[in-house]
Design a protein around this ligand. Structure first.
Ligand SMILES: [Zn+2]
Length: 476
């Protein structure tokens, strides 16, 4: 009997050892790290709205790094209006070659802070001061800032990788329906108007929904210490105003959580699909502020801390795909018109659209020169390669990365079609393409469709790709 007992003990130990090396025990181990690197340019550097006049709060590149076995991934979020293709590509190549994290496994996003630097030509065009003066030295500074920015993002990923420890992820999704509004309104004359103005009686109803889902994903080390969290909500980061640098409402999420949970706690804000959402309630005189939004979201994190679900059965996987989305068309005559110092009113539009339309055409010309694929037949369309990324955490949670300011309906369609219980959508990843409206929105027109670089259908192509990848990744 004793011999049998020892024999079974031996077999049991051998199996446990084997499993610890190769089997499900080691497969469940999750290594995670978070970090933040300051990316604030010096005061005086061009800002989205003019020349920067100060720093309200510092801008950061923040990383959530995850590893399971040989599989590594990094989600990066920068307090910037967007990430240019050049910055993301250069940085991801360096990360792949020096840190060994595959190019496709790195997602670099912008939070869409409108109080951030004008570091590429498209943002410089939006900058009123520079539009008037066009000082070439400041554009050169933008190039220098880009080099520094790439280095800082790289450093943030390296630090997150170096400091990573065995951890668990805690998650919850909370319904927050009082902080964001669909900003496109059907007006009394039947047309669509974006931001029709507070208490405007002509604004009959909103064109579409909001996405109230606030996703909370907290990293807890084996020691019990909290490294930080990924917080994902859909709302334009344009609530602060002024010409001081600021991360907008995510800065307040970060500050409140540092005050309550310790200075080491890193709050990474992943911007959801919010192309047509913002914080403006047109039915009310009093408006939300960056502070009230940030504090509200942070309180939601704190009150839900006890209810966070401990994720198990980690199964890190990444799939990505390039979608070739059709670009909007412009003629040679339109480009000549757009390149004039003061283009005449060609379309009979408001002063705002008279500025935006030629800017869009100039931007499209740059996209053709630098990023787009020419048509193969004369009547064909130029297309733009866009990367759709899907990161699986476990069989319940996945993260989707999409470029552009994605309309909320497209984000909701991905969530609806996803086989995961909880799908986090992060927009403005890896390249800048301005708005991604739905086909229906293109039919109705309005600001975002005029300012979009994509032709109708590009957004739906990304949705289709994301849902297919989500289904594939979960099956495999
Ligand atoms: Zn925007």
């Amino acid at each position: 009997m004793r011999i049998y007992c020892n024999f079974f003990k031996f077999i049991f130990r051998a199996m446990a050892l084997l499993l610890a090396v190769n089997g499900p025990l080691s497969a469940q181990e999750l290594i995670a790290g978070m970090s933040e690197e300051n990316i604030t340019p010096p005061v005086g550097f061009p800002h989205y709205r003019g020349i920067s006049t100060g720093v309200h709060d510092s801008l950061y590149a923040k990383t959530l790094y995850l590893r399971q076995g040989q599989t590594e991934m990094a989600v990066v979020s920068c307090d910037l209006l967007w990430i240019s293709r050049e910055v993301s590509t250069r940085t991801r190549l360096k990360i792949a070659s020096e840190l060994g994290i595959p190019f496709a496994h790195v997602l670099i996003s912008g939070t869409h802070s409108h109080t951030s630097p004008a570091y590429d030509e498209d943002i410089l065009e939006l900058n009123e001061h520079i539009r008037k003066e066009t000082p070439s030295t400041e554009i050169t500074n933008g190039v220098e800032y880009q080099d520094w920015l790439c280095e800082r993002i790289f450093l943030s990923v390296r630090k997150a990788q170096e400091s990573s420890k065995e951890s668990v992820l805690l998650r919850n999704s909370v319904n927050v329906d009082s902080l964001s509004y669909n900003r496109r309104f059907i007006m009394a004359d039947g047309r669509v108007k974006t931001n029709p103005g507070i208490l405007n009686p002509e604004a009959i109803r909103t064109e579409g929904p909001i996405d109230p889902e606030f996703n909370i994903l907290v990293v807890k080390q084996e020691s019990g210490d909290l490294s930080g969290g990924l917080f994902n909500f859909s709302n334009h980061c344009d609530t602060k105003g002024g010409t001081e640098f600021s991360a907008d409402f995510p800065a307040f999420i970060s500050q409140v959580l540092k005050d309550k949970l310790g200075n080491e706690f890193i709050s990474l804000y992943g911007q959801g699909a919010c192309g047509n959402l913002n914080h403006v309630n047109v039915r009310k005189k009093e408006q939300l502020t960056s502070e009230s939004i940030g504090v509200d979201l942070a309180s939601n994190v704190l009150t839900n801390m006890p209810n966070l679900e401990n994720l198990a059965g980690y199964s890190l996987k990444v799939e990505s795909e390039i979608v070739y989305a059709p670009l909007q068309h412009f003629t040679e005559e339109e480009l000549q018109w757009a390149n004039q110092m003061h283009p005449s009113d060609l379309y009979g539009e408001s002063e705002f659209f008279q500025l935006r339309r030629p800017m869009k055409i100039r931007s499209l010309a740059r996209i053709r020169n630098n990023e787009a694929i020419p048509p193969t037949v004369p009547s064909g369309k130029w297309t733009l390669p866009l990367e759709v990324q899907v990161f699986q955490v476990n069989s319940d949670v996945a993260i989707v990365g999409l470029p552009g300011e994605v309309f909320v309906e497209l984000g909701l369609a991905i969530k609806k079609g996803s086989p995961f219980k909880n799908t986090l959508i992060i927009e403005l990843t890896n390249s800048h393409i301005a708005y991604v409206p739905t086909r229906d929105a293109f039919d109705r027109g309005g600001y975002e469709t005029i300012n979009s670089r994509l032709a109708p259908g590009g957004g739906e192509m990304m949705v289709e790709s994301a849902i297919r990848l989500l289904k594939e990744i979960r099956k495999n």
